[in-house]
Write a protein that binds this ligand. Sequence first.
Ligand SMILES: Nc1ncnc2c1ncn2[C@@H]1O[C@H](COP(=O)(O)OP(=O)(O)OP(=O)(O)O)[C@@H](O)[C@H]1O
Length: 634
Amino acid sequence: MSVVCDKGAIPTSEQMVELIRESQMRSREYGICSEERNTAQVKLSPEGLKERIHSNNTLYDVVVSHIKEFYLLLSPEDFMIALVDRDGYILHLDGSERIQAIFAERNCAPGYRWQEKDVGTSAISLCLRLQAPFQLNDTDHYCRRGHGFTSSAAPIFGHDKALEGVLVISGSTSLTHPHTLSMITSAARSIEEQMRLLRRNQELSVYTGFLDNVLEAAGTGLLTFDKEFRIWKVNRKGEEILGQEKLAGKQLSAATGLQLDLDDIARNPGEWKGRECYFKHNGRGIHFFYSAQPVFSRQNALLGAVLVFEEFGNIKKLANKISGDRAFFTFEHLIGQSEKFRDAVDMARRASGSSSTVLLLGETGTGKELFAQAVHNASKRCQQPFIPINCGAIPNELLESELFGYVDGAFTGALKGGRPGKFELANGGTVLLDEIGDMPHDMQVKLLRVLQTGEVQPVGSGSLLRINVRIIASTHVNLAEAVAQNRFRRDLFYRLNILPINIPPLRERGAGDIELLAAYFIERNRPGCSLSREVLDELHGYSWPGNVRELENTIQRALHLCEDDQLLPEHLDLPVDTARHIAPVSGTLQEIERTAIVSTLGKTDWNMVQSAKQLGISRATLYRKVKEYKLVKN
Ligand SMILES: Nc1ncnc2c1ncn2[C@@H]1O[C@H](COP(=O)(O)OP(=O)(O)OP(=O)(O)O)[C@@H](O)[C@H]1O
């Protein structure tokens, strides 16, 4: 039974004797001639050798760079040092010229293969086979040409203790020393350590290169910092947002204005998302949103954190995109030729050239929002946001935070990190304050202050934000009357009433405009369809309490019912016109209105969209009326 030795461990001298004996026997069985030099020994071509060196480059580089250190202990005149790869090929051999020549005569030179089946018993072949250090002296070598020499070989292991190569030292037998084997074995261990470090560094630089690319590819600002809050890396986008360069090594607070609690970030990472930061650097205000994420080592030690941040302006653009900040209509979309209507359009055109506050007055559905969009689109602010706010539709308690935003923790239910208000989102552009006549009294005071100072104060914040917005206000309410009745502040009315524009109701615009608008809505919905004379007569004869919106709805409904290409009176289904066919109803105007609303809501089972359509008023107006008349379902 053959002797077993431990991988990597120096065998005992008894084991070595036995293992050498077994190898000698195998060598004889291979039929290797021990007397002659083997001229047929496997040898790599110069290119083959180059390739092998290349594929073992880490091992090769580390060993070759260590050779000088070996020769501090051994003389190159007496000893050769060689590196053999895991397949037994000599990759490198060092020593004086004389010693290299002596070994070359014995086929011990770069390119030769030194497996047991090539050369029989040798320190290299035994070390390769048993993956343990070996020392052979004189006649221990199977081939006669090895007699007179002492050789010590040690295995070099890589990842997972896989054999990478063999390090070997050889010289005259007269220099035999048992310590040489220990020395070469510990040299092999230090080579393994060096290789591990080198590979780790290579991996790290690949990883760092990869990380750099990922950092740069990200569309947001990215910054990493260590436990001492020293910045490690920032991507270009991050430097842009912070308006600074060469931030690596600087303190986080100096560069970003952030004083963070790293332990809390590690404990509650979910709490560190979507936060806001505003700070001044070199006199410039820097405003961004950020999230912080802790970074741990493999051993779970807290190393630092990474910040993902985005400029406030971009968040604003995104929010605008989602909430629809674009004005679509232009003056070209405003259909109508009547004198009253053209006067209103001319006034609006002139208003778009200035940045004064515009007050749009008109019944519901006359096109106030369309006018506001057209004014914005014809103004210098057309590339900036257009933000409509329906002051009548937002509950009073929410109006202030909707308009001016709020800061983190301003009230229960507030979003983490706060939220910008509509004024801030509209910065640089236009705000349409729709249904301004329905604005609660205390909000009127706050709005007046904003108009006077050009600053807004987010709810819960101690500081003021400067904003630059153009205000367009609109209402169906007779504001002068509301002022007289103390329902609307006089000072605010004067502030808003700078450029008042009266948009006429449809019934005052004449048959020409009704025809034009009807044709326009047909063209938009069913091009090619026409109107019969009778239909036109009916349209002219109706009073249009819901104005253009009602006309638009009527045409759409009629087109739905019409299967041919001509609209006929039976498709129209206009409501009984209380204004023209005076029905025998009694009561005040308000009572009649209330009855109409109650009956329509009853018919539609309180479907607000359908009821508003049938009544020819906007949904917001219907909600307002429901509130006003204190109507409740059932
Ligand atoms: N001159 C016009 N040309 C084309 N379409 C118009 C015109 N005026 C109004 N409309 C259409 O009528 C509808 C109502 O317009 P808009 O919402 O601007 O009215 P409004 O006066 O703001 O109403 P409310 O006071 O109820 O909010 C819109 O669908 C719009 O397309």
